[in-house]
Design a protein around this ligand. Structure first.
Ligand code: MF3
Ligand code: CO
Length: 273
């Protein structure tokens, strides 16, 4: 639990180094999004991300992580996270989540988006939009937030304020990130008691809510990676890597640093030079 593990606090120079990793991830995800058309295989999407990361002089962080065999995770429909790219063909109407991590000079960036391919079910579009809104609510809550628990409180409140009853996945959580992809503290997407570590400048966190159209319960497939919903309901996943600065946030994996989506919530973003 919170309280005892050491948090790696980053200097401003180290945050700037992490920004370079964040921008590589953003570029890779933008190209994967453009390639995400009906008929594409998930292995082709993986190759797109691998090419962007390599041409940026960066290293994929997922490849080889605990034996993970690819550069990105592609999770389709009832798959929540950690779907392994392969010969699966993406179809119009599929709900696809793409997660990517890259390393530059030893510093990690981690981000994910979900989308519905082509013309889809409006209920899936709503799930994707609500999950993205939940991520931004969780990120924004870090500004002026006292404890890490503010993230899960904001995610829960955002989900509860909507007209649809979504499941919040509890089996997987956000995390600290820096010289490793996964660092303390855990960043859950639900209310925490106690409310976790104090939020302090120099913390860099991956905020990554996962919502479903059913219950939040999940299990892992026999491939040892792919996480699916127990009830077969579709799931969405959004993630950004965000630095907590003095009086501001910097969303390292967002091209604009989070200015647009945090600005509309009255949260200051910084792009230190
Ligand atoms: N991006 C995922 C996370 O945030 C990690 C993917 S698992 C891997 O935890 F094995 F693919 F790296
Ligand atoms: Co992550």
């Amino acid at each position: 639990m919170a309280g005892r593990e050491r948090i790696e606090l980053k200097s401003l120079d180290e945050v700037r180094a992490m920004r370079r990793a964040g921008l590589v991830v953003a570029a890779a995800l933008a190209e994967v999004r453009a390639a995400l058309v009906p008929g594409a295989t998930t292995a082709q999407l993986d190759a797109v991300a691998a090419r962007v990361i390599a041409s940026s002089g960066a290293t994929p962080s997922f490849l080889g992580y605990e034996g993970y065999p690819a550069t990105i995770c592609v999770s389709v429909n009832d798959e929540v996270v950690h779907g392994i790219p392969g010969e699966r063909v993406v179809r119009a109407g599929d709900l696809v989540s793409v997660d990517c991590g890259a390393i530059v000079d030893g510093w990690h960036g981690d981000s994910a988006f979900s989308t519905v391919v082509g013309e889809g079910d409006p209920a899936d579009e709503a799930l994707v939009a609500t999950t993205e809104a939940a991520m931004w609510a969780g990120v924004a809550a870090l500004a002026g937030g006292d404890r890490i628990g503010v993230v899960g409180e904001a995610v829960e409140d955002l989900v509860d304020s909507g007209p649809v009853r979504y499941g919040i996945v509890q089996d997987y959580v956000g995390h600290g990130i820096g010289t490793a992809m996964h660092q303390p503290p855990d960043v859950p997407n639900y209310r925490l008691r106690p409310r976790g570590h104090r939020v302090t400048p120099g913390m860099v966190l991956a905020v990554e809510p996962m919502l479903t159209r059913g219950s939040g319960d999940t299990h892992e497939l026999a491939d040892g990676w792919t996480v699916v919903t127990d009830d077969g309901s579709r799931a969405a996943h959004w993630e950004h890597t965000v630095a907590v600065l003095e009086g501001a946030l910097w969303v390292l994996t967002a091209e604009d640093g989070g200015a647009a989506r945090l600005g509309e919530r009255g949260v200051r973003t910084a792009t230190p030079v």
